[in-house]
Design a binder for this molecule. Structure first.
Ligand code: SDX
Length: 440
Protein backbone atom coordinates (compact mmCIF):
# COMPACT_ATOMS: atom_id res chain seq x y z
CA UNK A 1 0.00 0.00 0.00
CA UNK A 2 1.78 3.12 -1.22
CA UNK A 3 1.25 6.76 -0.37
CA UNK A 4 2.65 9.53 -2.47
CA UNK A 5 5.41 11.10 -0.34
CA UNK A 6 4.92 14.80 0.54
CA UNK A 7 5.70 16.81 -2.57
CA UNK A 8 8.05 19.70 -1.72
CA UNK A 9 5.64 22.57 -2.64
CA UNK A 10 2.82 20.80 -0.82
CA UNK A 11 3.82 21.27 2.76
CA UNK A 12 1.22 23.29 4.68
CA UNK A 13 2.28 25.61 7.48
CA UNK A 14 0.45 26.37 10.69
CA UNK A 15 1.36 29.38 12.80
CA UNK A 16 0.11 29.46 16.37
CA UNK A 17 1.27 31.45 19.39
CA UNK A 18 4.44 32.57 17.66
CA UNK A 19 5.41 29.09 16.44
CA UNK A 20 5.15 27.92 12.81
CA UNK A 21 5.09 24.21 12.02
CA UNK A 22 5.25 22.36 8.71
CA UNK A 23 2.48 19.86 8.10
CA UNK A 24 3.16 17.32 5.34
CA UNK A 25 0.53 17.01 2.60
CA UNK A 26 0.05 13.62 0.95
CA UNK A 27 -1.79 12.81 -2.25
CA UNK A 28 -3.28 9.48 -3.24
CA UNK A 29 -4.25 8.16 -6.64
CA UNK A 30 -7.24 10.49 -6.89
CA UNK A 31 -9.35 12.78 -4.76
CA UNK A 32 -8.39 15.41 -2.16
CA UNK A 33 -4.92 15.39 -0.63
CA UNK A 34 -4.54 14.98 3.13
CA UNK A 35 -2.89 17.14 5.75
CA UNK A 36 -0.87 14.87 8.02
CA UNK A 37 -1.82 16.03 11.52
CA UNK A 38 -0.25 13.16 13.43
CA UNK A 39 2.23 15.57 15.01
CA UNK A 40 -0.21 18.42 15.66
CA UNK A 41 -0.85 17.77 19.36
CA UNK A 42 2.83 17.12 20.05
CA UNK A 43 3.87 20.34 18.26
CA UNK A 44 1.05 22.71 19.29
CA UNK A 45 -0.89 21.11 22.20
CA UNK A 46 -4.01 21.41 20.01
CA UNK A 47 -6.46 18.73 18.85
CA UNK A 48 -8.37 18.94 15.60
CA UNK A 49 -12.12 19.44 15.96
CA UNK A 50 -14.21 17.75 13.28
CA UNK A 51 -17.55 16.37 14.59
CA UNK A 52 -18.93 13.79 12.13
CA UNK A 53 -15.49 13.61 10.51
CA UNK A 54 -16.68 15.69 7.55
CA UNK A 55 -13.07 16.74 6.76
CA UNK A 56 -11.17 13.80 8.22
CA UNK A 57 -9.45 10.92 6.42
CA UNK A 58 -9.36 8.20 9.07
CA UNK A 59 -7.14 5.83 7.13
CA UNK A 60 -5.55 5.06 3.79
CA UNK A 61 -7.31 2.54 1.59
CA UNK A 62 -7.01 0.96 -1.84
CA UNK A 63 -10.53 -0.50 -1.97
CA UNK A 64 -13.19 2.06 -2.93
CA UNK A 65 -13.11 5.61 -4.24
CA UNK A 66 -15.99 8.10 -4.33
CA UNK A 67 -16.07 11.49 -6.03
CA UNK A 68 -19.18 13.04 -4.46
CA UNK A 69 -19.27 16.07 -6.75
CA UNK A 70 -19.01 14.03 -9.94
CA UNK A 71 -21.13 11.12 -8.70
CA UNK A 72 -18.31 8.62 -9.23
CA UNK A 73 -17.96 5.29 -7.36
CA UNK A 74 -15.07 2.92 -8.12
CA UNK A 75 -14.39 -0.53 -6.61
CA UNK A 76 -10.63 -1.12 -6.96
CA UNK A 77 -10.73 1.36 -9.87
CA UNK A 78 -13.66 -0.19 -11.74
CA UNK A 79 -16.76 2.06 -12.14
CA UNK A 80 -19.83 0.76 -10.33
CA UNK A 81 -21.98 1.10 -13.46
CA UNK A 82 -19.77 -1.34 -15.42
CA UNK A 83 -19.60 -3.81 -12.54
CA UNK A 84 -23.39 -3.68 -12.06
CA UNK A 85 -23.92 -4.31 -15.77
CA UNK A 86 -21.15 -6.79 -16.59
CA UNK A 87 -20.08 -8.55 -13.39
CA UNK A 88 -21.78 -10.52 -10.63
CA UNK A 89 -21.65 -10.37 -6.84
CA UNK A 90 -19.17 -13.21 -6.34
CA UNK A 91 -16.75 -11.59 -8.82
CA UNK A 92 -17.16 -8.23 -7.09
CA UNK A 93 -16.62 -9.87 -3.68
CA UNK A 94 -13.37 -11.38 -4.98
CA UNK A 95 -12.36 -7.99 -6.44
CA UNK A 96 -12.98 -6.13 -3.16
CA UNK A 97 -11.22 -8.81 -1.09
CA UNK A 98 -8.16 -9.38 -3.27
CA UNK A 99 -7.86 -6.28 -5.48
CA UNK A 100 -8.26 -7.81 -8.94
CA UNK A 101 -11.07 -9.36 -10.98
CA UNK A 102 -10.70 -13.15 -10.77
CA UNK A 103 -9.73 -15.42 -13.65
CA UNK A 104 -12.20 -18.14 -14.45
CA UNK A 105 -10.41 -20.71 -12.26
CA UNK A 106 -9.93 -18.20 -9.41
CA UNK A 107 -13.64 -17.39 -9.52
CA UNK A 108 -14.58 -21.07 -9.54
CA UNK A 109 -12.41 -21.77 -6.52
CA UNK A 110 -13.74 -18.73 -4.66
CA UNK A 111 -17.39 -19.60 -5.29
CA UNK A 112 -16.70 -23.17 -4.18
CA UNK A 113 -15.04 -21.89 -0.98
CA UNK A 114 -18.02 -19.70 -0.23
CA UNK A 115 -20.40 -22.60 -0.85
CA UNK A 116 -18.35 -24.71 1.57
CA UNK A 117 -19.11 -22.28 4.39
CA UNK A 118 -22.79 -21.46 3.85
CA UNK A 119 -24.05 -23.83 6.56
CA UNK A 120 -24.09 -22.62 10.16
CA UNK A 121 -23.48 -24.82 13.19
CA UNK A 122 -26.78 -26.59 13.91
CA UNK A 123 -26.78 -25.29 17.50
CA UNK A 124 -27.01 -21.71 16.24
CA UNK A 125 -30.66 -22.29 15.40
CA UNK A 126 -31.28 -22.47 19.16
CA UNK A 127 -30.38 -18.78 19.47
CA UNK A 128 -33.36 -17.82 17.35
CA UNK A 129 -35.83 -19.38 19.75
CA UNK A 130 -34.66 -16.95 22.40
CA UNK A 131 -36.06 -14.04 20.40
CA UNK A 132 -39.70 -12.96 20.27
CA UNK A 133 -41.29 -13.79 16.90
CA UNK A 134 -41.71 -10.07 16.26
CA UNK A 135 -38.06 -9.24 17.03
CA UNK A 136 -36.61 -6.94 14.37
CA UNK A 137 -34.36 -9.13 12.17
CA UNK A 138 -31.51 -6.63 12.59
CA UNK A 139 -31.65 -7.25 16.35
CA UNK A 140 -31.34 -10.97 15.61
CA UNK A 141 -28.48 -10.45 13.17
CA UNK A 142 -26.48 -8.35 15.65
CA UNK A 143 -26.88 -11.16 18.17
CA UNK A 144 -26.25 -14.25 16.07
CA UNK A 145 -23.37 -12.79 14.03
CA UNK A 146 -21.57 -11.81 17.22
CA UNK A 147 -22.26 -15.31 18.55
CA UNK A 148 -20.49 -16.90 15.55
CA UNK A 149 -17.23 -16.11 17.36
CA UNK A 150 -18.19 -18.72 19.96
CA UNK A 151 -18.42 -21.44 17.30
CA UNK A 152 -15.43 -20.86 15.05
CA UNK A 153 -12.42 -20.80 17.34
CA UNK A 154 -10.17 -21.76 14.42
CA UNK A 155 -10.64 -18.36 12.79
CA UNK A 156 -10.30 -15.96 15.70
CA UNK A 157 -6.56 -15.32 15.61
CA UNK A 158 -6.52 -11.93 13.90
CA UNK A 159 -2.73 -12.07 13.48
CA UNK A 160 -2.90 -15.26 11.41
CA UNK A 161 -3.47 -14.41 7.72
CA UNK A 162 -4.96 -17.83 6.99
CA UNK A 163 -7.45 -17.48 9.86
CA UNK A 164 -8.41 -13.98 8.70
CA UNK A 165 -9.10 -15.49 5.27
CA UNK A 166 -11.32 -18.26 6.66
CA UNK A 167 -13.20 -15.80 8.87
CA UNK A 168 -13.86 -13.59 5.83
CA UNK A 169 -15.22 -16.51 3.81
CA UNK A 170 -17.36 -17.71 6.72
CA UNK A 171 -18.93 -14.30 7.22
CA UNK A 172 -19.65 -13.73 3.52
CA UNK A 173 -21.04 -17.25 3.18
CA UNK A 174 -23.14 -17.37 6.35
CA UNK A 175 -24.83 -13.97 6.32
CA UNK A 176 -27.59 -15.03 3.85
CA UNK A 177 -28.18 -18.25 5.82
CA UNK A 178 -28.57 -16.36 9.12
CA UNK A 179 -30.76 -13.75 7.41
CA UNK A 180 -33.02 -16.39 5.91
CA UNK A 181 -33.32 -18.03 9.34
CA UNK A 182 -34.28 -14.67 10.89
CA UNK A 183 -37.07 -14.22 8.34
CA UNK A 184 -38.35 -17.80 8.58
CA UNK A 185 -38.34 -17.57 12.38
CA UNK A 186 -40.43 -14.37 12.24
CA UNK A 187 -43.15 -16.11 10.19
CA UNK A 188 -43.01 -19.46 11.98
CA UNK A 189 -41.78 -21.43 8.97
CA UNK A 190 -38.97 -24.01 9.09
CA UNK A 191 -35.45 -22.88 8.31
CA UNK A 192 -34.28 -23.54 4.75
CA UNK A 193 -30.76 -24.86 4.16
CA UNK A 194 -28.45 -23.25 1.57
CA UNK A 195 -28.01 -25.23 -1.66
CA UNK A 196 -24.64 -25.54 -3.35
CA UNK A 197 -26.11 -25.66 -6.85
CA UNK A 198 -27.66 -22.20 -6.43
CA UNK A 199 -25.94 -18.85 -6.93
CA UNK A 200 -25.52 -16.48 -4.00
CA UNK A 201 -28.60 -14.44 -4.95
CA UNK A 202 -30.66 -17.55 -5.81
CA UNK A 203 -29.80 -19.03 -2.42
CA UNK A 204 -30.98 -15.84 -0.74
CA UNK A 205 -34.35 -15.99 -2.49
CA UNK A 206 -34.66 -19.72 -1.84
CA UNK A 207 -33.87 -19.41 1.89
CA UNK A 208 -36.38 -16.57 2.19
CA UNK A 209 -39.28 -17.95 0.18
CA UNK A 210 -39.09 -21.73 -0.36
CA UNK A 211 -41.09 -24.08 1.89
CA UNK A 212 -40.98 -27.88 2.34
CA UNK A 213 -44.46 -28.23 0.91
CA UNK A 214 -43.87 -27.23 -2.69
CA UNK A 215 -41.03 -26.59 -5.14
CA UNK A 216 -39.98 -22.93 -5.25
CA UNK A 217 -39.28 -21.55 -8.71
CA UNK A 218 -36.63 -18.88 -8.45
CA UNK A 219 -37.51 -15.94 -10.67
CA UNK A 220 -34.34 -15.29 -12.75
CA UNK A 221 -35.19 -11.60 -13.15
CA UNK A 222 -35.44 -11.27 -9.37
CA UNK A 223 -32.20 -13.21 -8.85
CA UNK A 224 -30.40 -10.91 -11.30
CA UNK A 225 -31.87 -7.85 -9.58
CA UNK A 226 -30.80 -9.11 -6.13
CA UNK A 227 -27.31 -9.83 -7.47
CA UNK A 228 -27.09 -6.30 -8.88
CA UNK A 229 -28.35 -4.78 -5.61
CA UNK A 230 -25.71 -6.75 -3.71
CA UNK A 231 -23.00 -5.35 -6.01
CA UNK A 232 -24.24 -1.79 -5.54
CA UNK A 233 -24.29 -2.09 -1.74
CA UNK A 234 -21.02 -4.00 -1.31
CA UNK A 235 -18.71 -1.18 -0.20
CA UNK A 236 -18.65 2.60 0.14
CA UNK A 237 -15.39 3.96 1.62
CA UNK A 238 -15.38 4.90 5.32
CA UNK A 239 -19.14 5.26 5.94
CA UNK A 240 -20.50 5.05 9.49
CA UNK A 241 -20.72 1.24 9.64
CA UNK A 242 -17.36 0.65 7.96
CA UNK A 243 -15.73 3.14 10.32
CA UNK A 244 -17.35 1.19 13.17
CA UNK A 245 -15.79 -2.02 11.87
CA UNK A 246 -12.37 -0.38 11.67
CA UNK A 247 -12.62 1.11 15.14
CA UNK A 248 -13.79 -2.18 16.67
CA UNK A 249 -11.10 -4.07 14.75
CA UNK A 250 -8.40 -1.63 15.85
CA UNK A 251 -8.84 -2.87 19.42
CA UNK A 252 -8.07 -6.44 18.27
CA UNK A 253 -11.68 -7.63 18.49
CA UNK A 254 -12.38 -10.76 16.45
CA UNK A 255 -13.92 -10.32 12.97
CA UNK A 256 -17.31 -11.75 13.95
CA UNK A 257 -17.64 -9.20 16.78
CA UNK A 258 -16.55 -6.42 14.40
CA UNK A 259 -19.16 -7.33 11.79
CA UNK A 260 -21.82 -7.48 14.52
CA UNK A 261 -20.82 -3.91 15.48
CA UNK A 262 -21.08 -2.87 11.83
CA UNK A 263 -24.58 -4.37 11.58
CA UNK A 264 -25.61 -2.35 14.62
CA UNK A 265 -24.27 0.87 13.06
CA UNK A 266 -25.91 0.17 9.69
CA UNK A 267 -29.31 -0.24 11.36
CA UNK A 268 -29.76 3.50 11.95
CA UNK A 269 -32.31 5.26 9.67
CA UNK A 270 -29.71 7.89 8.73
CA UNK A 271 -27.59 5.04 7.31
CA UNK A 272 -28.60 1.60 6.10
CA UNK A 273 -31.95 1.74 7.91
CA UNK A 274 -33.00 4.40 5.39
CA UNK A 275 -34.30 1.83 2.87
CA UNK A 276 -36.82 0.65 5.46
CA UNK A 277 -37.54 4.28 6.43
CA UNK A 278 -38.24 5.22 2.77
CA UNK A 279 -41.12 2.75 2.63
CA UNK A 280 -42.40 4.03 5.96
CA UNK A 281 -42.24 7.58 4.61
CA UNK A 282 -44.03 6.69 1.36
CA UNK A 283 -46.74 4.94 3.37
CA UNK A 284 -47.08 8.00 5.62
CA UNK A 285 -47.32 10.35 2.62
CA UNK A 286 -50.00 8.07 1.21
CA UNK A 287 -50.71 9.82 -2.10
CA UNK A 288 -49.24 12.42 -4.42
CA UNK A 289 -51.57 15.12 -3.14
CA UNK A 290 -49.71 15.13 0.19
CA UNK A 291 -46.21 15.45 -1.32
CA UNK A 292 -46.07 19.28 -0.98
CA UNK A 293 -46.89 18.96 2.74
CA UNK A 294 -43.95 16.60 3.31
CA UNK A 295 -41.55 18.59 1.13
CA UNK A 296 -42.44 21.57 3.30
CA UNK A 297 -41.77 19.57 6.47
CA UNK A 298 -38.42 18.35 5.10
CA UNK A 299 -37.37 21.98 4.63
CA UNK A 300 -38.53 23.09 8.07
CA UNK A 301 -35.58 23.24 10.47
CA UNK A 302 -37.99 23.00 13.40
CA UNK A 303 -39.36 19.72 12.06
CA UNK A 304 -37.16 16.63 12.56
CA UNK A 305 -38.67 15.06 9.40
CA UNK A 306 -36.13 14.39 6.67
CA UNK A 307 -36.86 13.08 3.19
CA UNK A 308 -35.68 9.48 3.57
CA UNK A 309 -33.64 8.26 0.63
CA UNK A 310 -32.45 11.79 -0.18
CA UNK A 311 -29.13 13.45 0.57
CA UNK A 312 -25.73 12.07 1.31
CA UNK A 313 -22.65 13.09 3.30
CA UNK A 314 -20.42 12.64 0.27
CA UNK A 315 -22.57 12.69 -2.89
CA UNK A 316 -23.51 16.24 -3.84
CA UNK A 317 -24.68 14.82 -7.14
CA UNK A 318 -26.87 11.87 -8.06
CA UNK A 319 -25.71 8.72 -6.20
CA UNK A 320 -24.51 6.59 -9.16
CA UNK A 321 -26.00 3.56 -7.47
CA UNK A 322 -29.42 5.23 -7.42
CA UNK A 323 -29.24 5.62 -11.22
CA UNK A 324 -28.68 1.88 -11.67
CA UNK A 325 -31.32 1.02 -9.07
CA UNK A 326 -33.85 3.34 -10.72
CA UNK A 327 -33.59 1.29 -13.92
CA UNK A 328 -33.74 -1.96 -11.95
CA UNK A 329 -36.78 -0.68 -10.12
CA UNK A 330 -38.68 -0.05 -13.36
CA UNK A 331 -37.51 -3.43 -14.70
CA UNK A 332 -38.78 -5.32 -11.65
CA UNK A 333 -42.04 -3.38 -11.45
CA UNK A 334 -42.63 -4.06 -15.15
CA UNK A 335 -41.77 -7.74 -14.76
CA UNK A 336 -44.02 -8.02 -11.70
CA UNK A 337 -46.89 -6.28 -13.52
CA UNK A 338 -46.65 -3.46 -10.97
CA UNK A 339 -45.75 -0.63 -13.38
CA UNK A 340 -48.69 1.32 -12.04
CA UNK A 341 -48.00 0.38 -8.45
CA UNK A 342 -49.11 3.38 -6.37
CA UNK A 343 -45.97 3.22 -4.18
CA UNK A 344 -43.73 3.39 -7.24
CA UNK A 345 -45.83 6.15 -8.77
CA UNK A 346 -45.66 8.08 -5.51
CA UNK A 347 -41.86 7.59 -5.33
CA UNK A 348 -41.43 8.81 -8.92
CA UNK A 349 -43.55 11.92 -8.28
CA UNK A 350 -41.75 12.62 -4.99
CA UNK A 351 -38.41 12.38 -6.80
CA UNK A 352 -39.63 14.69 -9.56
CA UNK A 353 -40.95 17.31 -7.14
CA UNK A 354 -37.90 17.20 -4.86
CA UNK A 355 -35.42 17.47 -7.74
CA UNK A 356 -37.26 20.57 -8.99
CA UNK A 357 -37.38 22.23 -5.56
CA UNK A 358 -34.90 25.07 -4.89
CA UNK A 359 -34.14 23.80 -1.36
CA UNK A 360 -33.02 20.38 -2.63
CA UNK A 361 -31.23 21.88 -5.61
CA UNK A 362 -29.37 24.43 -3.49
CA UNK A 363 -28.39 21.85 -0.84
CA UNK A 364 -27.55 19.30 -3.56
CA UNK A 365 -29.88 16.69 -2.13
CA UNK A 366 -30.38 13.85 -4.60
CA UNK A 367 -31.91 10.38 -4.28
CA UNK A 368 -29.41 7.96 -2.76
CA UNK A 369 -29.03 4.20 -2.91
CA UNK A 370 -31.76 3.66 -0.32
CA UNK A 371 -34.46 5.50 -2.24
CA UNK A 372 -35.10 2.70 -4.72
CA UNK A 373 -33.85 -0.47 -3.04
CA UNK A 374 -36.81 -0.67 -0.68
CA UNK A 375 -39.34 -0.35 -3.50
CA UNK A 376 -37.64 -3.19 -5.39
CA UNK A 377 -37.52 -5.42 -2.30
CA UNK A 378 -41.16 -4.72 -1.60
CA UNK A 379 -42.10 -5.65 -5.17
CA UNK A 380 -40.42 -9.02 -4.54
CA UNK A 381 -42.50 -9.55 -1.42
CA UNK A 382 -39.54 -9.09 0.92
CA UNK A 383 -40.85 -7.65 4.20
CA UNK A 384 -39.77 -4.10 5.04
CA UNK A 385 -38.02 -5.24 8.23
CA UNK A 386 -35.66 -7.36 6.11
CA UNK A 387 -34.49 -4.50 3.84
CA UNK A 388 -31.54 -3.42 5.99
CA UNK A 389 -30.63 -7.06 6.60
CA UNK A 390 -30.15 -7.46 2.84
CA UNK A 391 -28.04 -4.30 2.86
CA UNK A 392 -25.93 -5.86 5.66
CA UNK A 393 -25.45 -9.06 3.64
CA UNK A 394 -24.01 -7.07 0.75
CA UNK A 395 -21.94 -4.74 2.91
CA UNK A 396 -20.35 -7.63 4.79
CA UNK A 397 -18.08 -8.03 1.75
CA UNK A 398 -16.94 -4.41 2.02
CA UNK A 399 -16.71 -4.51 5.79
CA UNK A 400 -14.52 -7.60 5.88
CA UNK A 401 -12.38 -6.34 2.99
CA UNK A 402 -11.76 -3.09 4.86
CA UNK A 403 -11.09 -5.03 8.08
CA UNK A 404 -8.55 -7.27 6.31
CA UNK A 405 -6.87 -4.20 4.79
CA UNK A 406 -6.65 -2.52 8.17
CA UNK A 407 -5.23 -5.64 9.86
CA UNK A 408 -2.49 -5.81 7.21
CA UNK A 409 -1.64 -2.08 7.41
CA UNK A 410 1.64 -1.44 9.31
CA UNK A 411 0.28 2.00 10.25
CA UNK A 412 -2.66 0.39 12.05
CA UNK A 413 -3.06 1.26 15.75
CA UNK A 414 -5.98 1.37 18.15
CA UNK A 415 -8.37 4.18 17.26
CA UNK A 416 -8.73 6.61 20.17
CA UNK A 417 -10.20 10.04 19.27
CA UNK A 418 -9.91 12.93 21.78
CA UNK A 419 -12.45 15.69 22.55
CA UNK A 420 -13.07 19.34 23.30
CA UNK A 421 -14.05 19.23 26.98
CA UNK A 422 -16.73 21.80 27.86
CA UNK A 423 -17.89 20.31 31.17
CA UNK A 424 -17.33 21.43 34.77
CA UNK A 425 -13.88 22.55 35.91
CA UNK A 426 -12.17 20.86 38.93
CA UNK A 427 -14.35 20.84 42.08
CA UNK A 428 -14.28 18.98 45.44
CA UNK A 429 -16.85 16.38 46.53
CA UNK A 430 -19.92 17.78 48.38
CA UNK A 431 -21.15 15.67 51.33
CA UNK A 432 -24.89 14.91 51.29
CA UNK A 433 -25.70 17.22 54.21
CA UNK A 434 -24.25 20.15 52.32
CA UNK A 435 -26.16 19.57 49.10
CA UNK A 436 -28.97 22.06 48.68
CA UNK A 437 -32.34 20.51 47.85
CA UNK A 438 -33.88 21.90 44.69
CA UNK A 439 -36.59 24.37 45.84
CA UNK A 440 -39.85 22.91 44.35
C1 SDX B 1 -26.47 5.54 3.27
O1 SDX B 1 -21.96 7.30 4.12
C2 SDX B 1 -22.35 6.48 3.23
O2 SDX B 1 -21.64 6.19 2.28
C3 SDX B 1 -23.71 5.84 3.49
C4 SDX B 1 -24.23 4.97 2.38
C5 SDX B 1 -23.40 3.74 2.21
O3 SDX B 1 -23.47 3.14 1.13
O4 SDX B 1 -22.77 3.31 3.22
O5 SDX B 1 -24.25 5.67 1.15
C6 SDX B 1 -25.64 4.48 2.68
O6 SDX B 1 -26.52 5.63 4.47
C7 SDX B 1 -27.16 6.53 2.38
C8 SDX B 1 -27.89 7.66 3.18
C9 SDX B 1 -29.23 7.09 3.66
N1 SDX B 1 -29.88 8.02 4.57
C10 SDX B 1 -31.00 8.66 4.26
O7 SDX B 1 -31.53 8.61 3.14
C11 SDX B 1 -31.61 9.47 5.40
C12 SDX B 1 -31.97 10.87 4.90
N2 SDX B 1 -30.75 11.59 4.59
C13 SDX B 1 -30.27 12.52 5.64
O8 SDX B 1 -30.45 12.01 6.93
C14 SDX B 1 -28.87 13.05 5.32
O9 SDX B 1 -28.87 13.42 4.00
C15 SDX B 1 -27.66 12.19 5.58
C16 SDX B 1 -27.65 11.64 6.95
C17 SDX B 1 -27.59 11.07 4.60
C18 SDX B 1 -26.44 13.08 5.39
O10 SDX B 1 -26.49 14.01 6.44
P1 SDX B 1 -25.53 15.25 6.45
O11 SDX B 1 -24.15 14.85 6.08
O12 SDX B 1 -25.72 16.00 7.71
O13 SDX B 1 -26.15 16.07 5.25
P2 SDX B 1 -25.60 17.42 4.75
O14 SDX B 1 -24.57 17.99 5.68
O15 SDX B 1 -25.24 17.26 3.31
O16 SDX B 1 -26.91 18.35 4.84
C19 SDX B 1 -26.86 19.59 4.21
C20 SDX B 1 -28.20 20.23 4.52
C21 SDX B 1 -28.52 20.27 6.01
O17 SDX B 1 -29.29 21.45 6.23
P3 SDX B 1 -28.49 22.79 6.76
O18 SDX B 1 -27.90 22.41 8.10
O19 SDX B 1 -27.46 23.13 5.70
O20 SDX B 1 -29.61 23.85 6.86
O21 SDX B 1 -29.26 19.49 3.91
C22 SDX B 1 -30.17 19.07 4.92
C23 SDX B 1 -29.42 19.10 6.22
O22 SDX B 1 -30.33 19.28 7.29
N3 SDX B 1 -30.58 17.71 4.56
C24 SDX B 1 -31.84 17.34 4.37
C25 SDX B 1 -31.76 15.97 4.03
N4 SDX B 1 -30.49 15.58 4.05
C26 SDX B 1 -29.76 16.67 4.38
N5 SDX B 1 -33.01 18.00 4.43
C27 SDX B 1 -34.15 17.27 4.17
N6 SDX B 1 -34.13 15.96 3.83
C28 SDX B 1 -32.98 15.28 3.76
N7 SDX B 1 -32.98 13.98 3.43
Amino acid sequence: MTMVAPQAPHVAQLSYQGKTIDLPVYFGTDGPGVLDLQGLYRETGLFTFDPGFTSTASCRSEITYIDGDKGILLYRGYPIQQLAEKSDFMEVAYLLLYGELPTSSQKGEFVQSVHKHTLVHEQISAFYRGFRRDAHPMAIMVGVVGALSSFYHDSLDIHDTAQRQIAALRLIAKMPTLAGMAYKYSIGQPFVYPQSHLSYAENMLNMLFSTPTAPYDINPVWAKAIDRILILHADHEQNASTSTIRLAGSSGANPFACIAAGIAALWGPAHGGANEAVLGMLTEIGHVGRIPEFIKRAKDKEDPFRLMGFGHRVYKNYDPRAFVLRETCHEIMGESGMKDNPTLQLAMELERVALADDYFIEKKLYPNVDFYSGIIFRAMGIPVSMFTVLFAIARTVGWISQWKEMMADPMQKIGRPRQLYVGQGYRDFIPMEKRLEEKT
